[in-house]
Write a protein of this length. Structure first.
Ligand SMILES: C[S@@+](CC[C@H](N)C(=O)[O-])C[C@H]1O[C@@H](n2cnc3c(N)ncnc32)[C@H](O)[C@@H]1O
Length: 274
C-alpha cells in the first residue's frame, strides 16, 4: 500500500534552500519549548535536509537522536549540514520509510515530526505507527502548516487562487496542505493522550524585514511559485492568471503590505497504559 506520495515540493536545490530559510527564519517560533533531557533517545521522522535537525540538536546537546528520511539524497545533505554546524551532535542517520522503521516497540523517549504528515496519504496511520515506537509516557511533537491560514494585504483573488492551486495539487497527490487544523483530531484518534495543539503565528510587515524576506518571500511565495508549470499543465489556472497571482503575492511584501500564516504545533503522550 502506498502511503507517502511523490513528494510534492520535490528534492531540488531550490527546495533545500527553501526548507533552510523556513527553519532558520522560524526557529524560535517553531522550536520554542522543545528541548529534550540529557540521555533521552529522540527520533526525528522525515528529517529532510536537516533544516530542523540543526535546531533540535542545538536545543538538546545531550540527547541522542536518530534522524530518518525516505530520501537518501536528503539524508546525506542533512548529515553533512549537521556534522558541519554541530560536530559534537549525537545523531544516527537512517534511510527508511516511516511506516517500516526497524525499531522495536517502545524504543524512544520522544519523537519529532515537522512538515511530514501533510505529504502522507495516511497521516493517522503514521501517527499510530509512531506511537508504538514511543515508550509509555513518551512524547510526540508534530508541526504542520495550513495554507488556509494565509491571508494578506492587499487582498487579491488571483493570489488566493494561486495558493488554492498548490492546495489542490497536493491533495491530488494524496497529501493535505490544510492539515494543521486537523492535528488535534488526528492525534486523539491515533491513540495519544494529553494532546495539546497550539497555533504558532507568523505575521510579517515592514517592521520585520527579516520575516518578510525569509518567510513571506523565500518560504511561502517560493513554495507557491514552484508549482507554476504543474498548475498550468493540470488546467487549474492560466499562465496569465498565475503570474498575476504571484505578482500580487509579492505585492504583500511591499512597505505597506502584510502577510499572515499559522503553523500548528501539537504535543501528545503515549498513554502509560498503552
Ligand atoms: C517538507 S519535507 C520536511 C523536512 C524537515 N522535516 C523540515 O521540516 O525541514 C518532508 C520530508 O518527509 C520525507 N518523507 C516523506 N514521506 C516519508 C516516509 N514515508 N518516510 C520517511 N520520510 C518521508 C520526505 O523525503 C521529505 O524529506
Amino acid at each position: 500500500m502506498t502511503t507517502s506520495l511523490s513528494y510534492v515540493h520535490g528534492y531540488s536545490d531550490h527546495e533545500a534552500r527553501r526548507l533552510e530559510d523556513q527553519a532558520d527564519t522560524l526557529a524560535a517560533l517553531l522550536h520554542g519549548g522543545t528541548s529534550y533531557p540529557a540521555g533521552s533517545r529522540v527520533l526525528e521522522v522525515g528529517c529532510g535536509v536537516g533544516a530542523q535537525t540543526v535546531h533540535l540538536v542545538a536545543a538538546s546537546p545531550e540527547a541522542e537522536f536518530v534522524a530518518v528520511d525516505i530520501s537518501a539524497e536528503s539524508l546525506a545533505e542533512a548529515r553533512a549540514r549537521v556534522t558541519d554546524q554541530t560536530p559534537a551532535a549525537r545523531v544516527t542517520w537512517l534511510r527508511a520509510d516511516l511506516f517500516q522503521l526497524p525499531f522495536p516497540e517502545a524504543s524512544f523517549d520522544h519523537i519529532f515530526v515537522c512538515f511530514v504528515l501533510e505529504h502522507l496519504t495516511a497521516p493517522q496511520r503514521a501517527l499510530t505507527t509512531l506511537r508504538r515506537l514511543l515508550k509509555p509516557g513518551g512524547t510526540l511533537t508534530v508541526i504542520e502548516g495550513d495554507h488556509g491560514s494565509a491571508f494578506f494585504h492587499p487582498h487579491s483573488a488571483y493570489a488566493r487562487a494561486a495558493i488554492d492551486c498548490q492546495v489542490r495539487l497536493q491533495a491530488d497527490a494524496g497529501g493535505n496542505a490544510l492539515i494543521g487544523r486537523e492535528l488535534y483530531p488526528l492525534l486523539t484518534s491515533a491513540g495519544y493522550t494529553r494532546v495539546t495543539v497550539r497555533p504558532r503565528t507568523v505575521y510579517a510587515d515592514n517592521s520585520r524585514p527579516a520575516l518578510v524576506g525569509g518567510f513571506t518571500r523565500s518560504t511561502f511565495i517560493g513554495m507557491i511559485a514552484a508549482v507554476r508549470d504543474r498548475a498550468v499543465a493540470a488546467g487549474l489556472t492560466t499562465a496569465a492568471d498565475w503570474d498575476r497571482g504571484i505578482t500580487d503575492l509579492h505585492r504583500t511584501t511591499d512597505a505597506d503590505g502584510t502577510f499572515h500564516y499559522t503553523f500548528f504545533k501539537g504535543e501528545a503522550v503515549r498513554p502509560e497504559s498503552d
